[in-house]
Design a protein. Structure first.
Length: 398
């Protein structure tokens, strides 16, 4: 361990004794002492008491500028007035009914007006909506296999939890990576129906289609892979995927759970000028309240209308989520606000670049829309295997 890293850990432990105690207590009832595996890290996680705007305060009283913002779910920040007002109003009218209401149509109009989709259905999380998107694609093509990219994250269902963070001794050839389960409990049949390719490798994608002729229902990807910091698609990659999938009769699914609200007004389709067949949305579209959505053309979504594909959910379109979603799209995710945050993002990224140059660090800043990451590499990474080469101790120190 780097000496400087140990100093940072010592400082951390001195500042956060109440978090340490809270974590020890939580471990008795919660696996790893947390509610999601992504929230645990050594020596123990910070326990948060409150958040306002861009700041959070932990139970020890320390205040932080929150650059994480709930894994990208809070482009609006903590407790945005428009969201609070909308949710408070909804609370007094009933939290959820399990019956239709007009806000469903209103939010569907807002979303279909800015993304290239004709119909939409709602859920509560990114995992839900990517799961339904994959099922729709399989039904539309009458094929079983889904192609995803090594290192890509699309939630926690069986199709998605494959080759998320495979180890070098497991992942095989770069042109045809192995399908590696993300843990126990995933049926072998599910793993066999997930084909894995390397991000930014069009030739590899074509090769996988040739290996599995007329078997791949869809390609699913984050247009910018964000499970490895920030991995940008190389020029022509997304359009190439559009062409390859169309040629092989497969659907192209843009998982815009992270990019949909944080990349720009019209998400990745507008930003990159590529139109997918299916789009999934979640995280920031709810302003901090659980909300997800998946949409496609009328022809694809009619599989649900015709009772060929089943979709349901007791808490779908609950009034709190829909109120928050409407406030987000109408009052927060406006073109004017995107212009403002783009300036802030540039200012932050430029500041990082100056610091990198000043201290001579081997690193670069990846930035797109409101998404950004300090990448501790001498040159731009192109895929998951490039990302694995980072100095882990240096990253932890940062």
């Amino acid at each position: 361990m780097h000496e400087e890293l140990q100093k940072e850990i010592t400082t951390y432990e001195k500042r956060t004794p109440k978090s340490a105690e809270a974590h020890r207590r939580a471990e008795k009832r919660l696996p790893l002492g947390v509610a999601s595996n992504y929230r645990t890290y050594e020596p123990y996680p910070i326990f948060v008491k409150e958040g306002h705007g861009s700041k959070i305060r932990d139970i020890d009283g320390n205040e932080y500028v929150d650059h994480n913002l709930c894994f990208g779910s809070l482009i609006a920040g903590h407790g945005h007035p428009a969201i609070v007002k909308a949710v408070e109003k909804a609370l007094h009218m009933g939290t959820t009914f399990g019956m239709p209401h007009e806000m469903e149509w209103e939010l569907a109009e807002e979303i279909c007006g800015r993304f290239p989709i004709e119909m939409i259905r709602f859920g509560s999380s990114g995992t839900e909506v990517t799961m339904h998107a994959c099922r729709l694609a399989r039904a539309a093509t009458k094929r079983d296999k889904i192609l995803k990219f090594e290192g890509g994250y699309h939630g926690l269902h069986d199709t998605a939890l494959v080759s998320v963070k495979p180890k070098p001794e497991e992942y095989g050839e770069e042109s045809a990576p192995n399908s590696v389960p993300g843990g126990l409990g995933i049926p072998k049949g599910s793993i066999d129906n997930v084909v894995v390719a390397s991000f930014n490798d069009l030739a590899g994608v074509e090769y996988r289609f040739e290996q599995h002729p007329n078997q791949i229902a869809a390609v699913i990807l984050e247009p910018i892979m964000m499970n490895v910091g920030l991995c940008m698609p190389q020029a022509g990659f997304l359009q190439g995927l559009r062409d390859v999938t169309a040629r092989h009769g497969a659907l192209l699914i843009f998982d815009e759970v992270k990019t949909g609200a944080k990349l720009g007004w019209g998400g990745a389709s507008e930003y990159f000028g590529v139109k997918p067949d299916v789009i999934t949305l979640a995280k920031s579209i709810g302003g901090g309240v659980p909300l997800g959505a998946f949409g496609a053309s009328r022809a694809v979504m009619n599989l649900i209308s015709d009772h060929k594909v089943f979709h349901g959910g007791t808490f779908n379109t609950n009034r709190l989520s829909m109120s928050a979603g409407l406030a987000m799209f109408r009052e927060v995710l406006t073109r004017e606000n995107y212009a403002t945050v783009a300036k802030l993002s540039k200012k932050l990224a430029d500041g990082y670049r100056k610091t990198i140059a000043k201290v001579g660090l081997q690193a670069y800043v990846a930035s797109a829309g409101v998404n950004g990451s300090l990448m501790l590499y001498p040159q731009e990474i192109r895929n998951y295997r490039d990302w694995l080469k980072v100095d882990q101790d240096l990253w932890r120190q940062y």
